[in-house]
Ligand binder design. Structure first.
Ligand code: TXA
Ligand code: MG
Length: 473
């Protein structure tokens, strides 16, 4: 399979453009460069640079090479691999074939490194970088650093323009993920709650793949993620006043509305139900992806069924690895627990799952009591099937009983971890459970889990993790 690449201009794109650079001491990386390029780990990276200073005898070829080698080494030390630096040493008058925007170097990459140019990107601060992309059927991204501002007016394509290398890398991963979704691929995406495992909600085959990758029963419905509230009517048949109020107040945000499904929503997505879960996630990359993609993205949390939800791209890679076509890395999730799910299909709204929006704030908006179904059920029945479970056993206790309990377990030779209040903060909860597993902990103890505000969601997840481990239906 041919690979996608990103062709990066050097001066004004990944390092400051300070004129002709003869010496490594003149190299100044943009502060965002390394993080931006790390996000492009699934692409083969090349630097393509016109160094006309060589032709003009302002820089020697050896000096240019030393600088390029330094740039490559500096990036490599930060974990960013540059496959090759392509350097044109000519001046425009030389009429060489390698000066940008001539497609010479991308064609070399295509030939020598198996690059698929039509799935590739060119990033630069000069109109010739845009033309280079166009010449090879790649996508252009124009940065306003370096000479970018100066030549901006010459550009035909406003939407290719971004502020700098950070935004360029964000645009690349979003465009790439959107094209994957269009092609029926499965893409992991960041949201403010947890990472989702997304597919085009209108592509049944793609949605079925999500179920199979996750190992999820076909009757468990997926949430459809949409770009903004105006799309709501495309998905829901009717929207009660309460739905509009909640959407208005909490979207984009960690709230999922269960509404009667519209005719275009596939039963594969809703697990055969006549209702659909909808939400507008509040994560800049998720929103950018949804804007690019335009459709709805059906996505459950990107973990294997019944296990702990992922709050970093690394969690997803470890859980699902090669099964996912692309992991869009948006850093650690801000909220850290899943969205609150509110059922609006009957007259009395009810919270089916406590999450990132508190019961109190929902009640405030609706001006009425809104019961939480799930947690109360757990409390009375105590026979909930396990979910969100780490390998280690989870035991909920009181601060009073904790020391003795821990002591006893340790005497029995069990490896015990006591989670502190900080460890179970919503943002940290799932990472703490995963960490305990990584470190071979056998029993996780939590004292007095919180029971109001966001703490309700935390306690809900802990109760589920502490529930008897029966195999999922
Ligand atoms: O924060 C979140 O909600 C994350 C991110 C990725 O958006 N998603 C998430 O999805 O947690 P998932 O599939 O792991 O959990 C969705 C829950 C399931 O328990 C499902 O049963 C419920 O939402 N759900 C979805 N559609 C429903 C429907 N039509 N009726 C009742 N429950 C529904
Ligand atoms: Mg430049």
């Amino acid at each position: 399979m041919k690979k996608p690449a990103v062709f990066l201009d050097r001066d004004g794109t990944i390092i400051e453009d300070v004129g002709f650079i003869r010496d490594v001491a003149q190299v100044e990386f943009y502060p965002q460069t390394i993080a931006a390029l790390r996000r492009l780990r699934d692409f083969v990276l090349f630097i393509v640079t016109n160094q006309s200073g060589i032709a003009k005898r302002l820089v020697t070829a050896a000096e240019a090479k030393t600088v390029n080698d330094y740039v490559v080494r500096h990036l490599a030390e930060a974990g960013v691999e540059i496959q090759e630096v392509y350097c044109c040493p000519h001046a425009r008058d030389d009429r060489c074939e390698c000066i940008k925007p001539n497609p010479y170097f991308p064609r070399l990459a295509e030939r020598d490194h198996g690059i698929d140019l039509t799935r590739s990107f060119v990033v630069g601060d000069h109109p010739s970088d845009i033309q280079l992309a166009q010449a090879v059927g790649a996508e252009a991204v124009y940065v306003l650093t370096g000479h970018g501002q100066k030549h901006r007016a010459e550009l035909q394509c406003e939407n290719a323009i971004v502020a700098g290398i950070e935004q360029a890398s964000e645009r690349i991963v979003c465009l790439y993920a959107a094209s994957m979704l269009r092609a029926g691929g499965v893409v992991a995406l960041p949201t403010e709650t947890v990472y989702g495992l997304g597919a085009d909600a209108s592509n049944e085959a793609a949605v079925r793949r999500v179920f199979s990758i996750k190992g999820r029963p076909a009757n468990h419905p997926l949430i459809v993620h949409i770009g903004d509230t105006s799309n709501l009517t495309e998905w829901a048949r009717t929207i009660p006043e309460a739905g509009l109020q909640l959407a208005d107040r909490f979207w984009p945000g960690p709230l999922t509305l269960i509404l009667p499904k519209g005719p275009r929503v596939s039963g594969v997505v809703t697990g055969g139900q006549d209702s659909v879960g909808l939400r507008v996630p509040n994560h800049p990359l998720a929103l950018q992806l949804l804007r690019e993609f335009r459709g709805g993205i059906a996505a459950p949390s990107a973990n294997r069924f019944g296990l702990v939800s992922p709050t970093t791209a690394e969690h997803v890679r470890r859980d699902l690895g090669e099964n996912v076509d692309f992991v869009l890395d948006g850093g650690a999730c801000d909220v850290g627990v899943e969205s609150t799910i509110i059922d609006l299909t009957s007259i009395t709204p009810t919270i089916l799952r406590p999450g990132g929006v508190t019961q109190e704030s929902i009640e405030e908006v609706l001006g009425r009591r809104v019961p939480v179904v799930d947690v109360s059920e757990v409390r009375v029945s105590g026979q909930l099937k396990t979910h969100y479970a780490p390998r280690a056993a989870v035991v909920l206790t009181t601060a009073e009983a904790l020391p003795q309990q821990a002591e006893k377990l340790r005497e029995e030779g069990r490896r015990v971890r006591i989670l502190s209040e900080d460890d179970i903060a919503p943002r940290e909860l799932f990472a703490s459970l995963r960490k305990a597993d990584d470190e071979g902990v056998e029993v996780i103890l939590v004292a007095d889990p919180p029971n109001h505000g966001l703490g309700l969601a935390v306690t809900d997840r802990l109760l589920k993790a502490a529930a008897p481990r029966t195999p999922p239906e």
